[in-house]
Design a protein around this ligand. Sequence first.
Ligand code: NAD
Length: 264
Amino acid sequence: MGVLAGKTALVFGVANKRSIAWGIVEALLREGATVGLSYAGEVLEKRVLPLAEEVGIDFVEQCDVTSDEQIAATFAKAQAKFGTIDILVHSVAYAPGEDLGGRFRDVSRDGFKMALDISAYSLIPLARHAAEIMPDGGSIMALSYYAAEKVVPRYNVMAVAKAALENIVRYLAADLGPQGIRVNALSPGPIKTLAAAGVPGFRMMLKYSEKVTPLRSQVTQEDVGNVAVFLASDWGRQVTGETVYIDGGYHILGLTMTEEDLES
Ligand code: NAD
């Protein structure tokens, strides 16, 4: 029997098979959880519905996280379907293309608002609604990135959104802790996905981090899924308010040069 048998998860952010959220869904299902999905727009319906069908998921709801009405409706449907839930996954981010790359000083006010609204603020209403149907406590996870802490070229406004997201995670952890609800951020190294393709030069970043990261590895969706299982399960029951890195150790580096670089 899987470690998540008897638990129910609601996952926001599956766009396609490459999505980090999909890696998490597969890991949650493997460990015996019941999973419901929410996706962003009609364009994605064609991709997400067949995927859900493949793995036997029969709760798939469209929800744009900029809409309070759609969020409320999605959770009302989740409550009608599942009664209660134990796990919430927020794997959602967006910034206008013109505000990624380019000069940081040129980030637009509208781009800033949109990136922060979708990629950071949205965790708050999702967590509030989730908490209402988590009477036995639960585990909430959001996807972040190291650019929240240190400057990574071209992440610009998305880096600012991730910094906000990680602080929201800490405030939610303090707010919801007394209800037995844990809130954590997962911070994976670069993975090739639809969202990542929006960052100019992402391929080079992927290659570079594989070269210098202590484990000399590329992170996979499955790697993220496995850490999500740990945090969703009772094994992670004393872990909250954390940013958990799944990056082959990249974040411990002070200078990203290898021994080989120094010798050459
Ligand atoms: P992805 O494109 O597969 O997922 C992003 C999701 O956000 C999509 O499903 C998209 O539909 C959804 N989304 C965007 N706007 C939305 C809205 N208004 N309402 C609801 N959903 C909306 O890409 P991904 O790389 O799997 O991204 C998932 C998360 O992982 C993001 O938070 C991203 O920043 C984070 N992350 C990605 C990487 C990476 O290298 N790919 C690394 C660290 C963190």
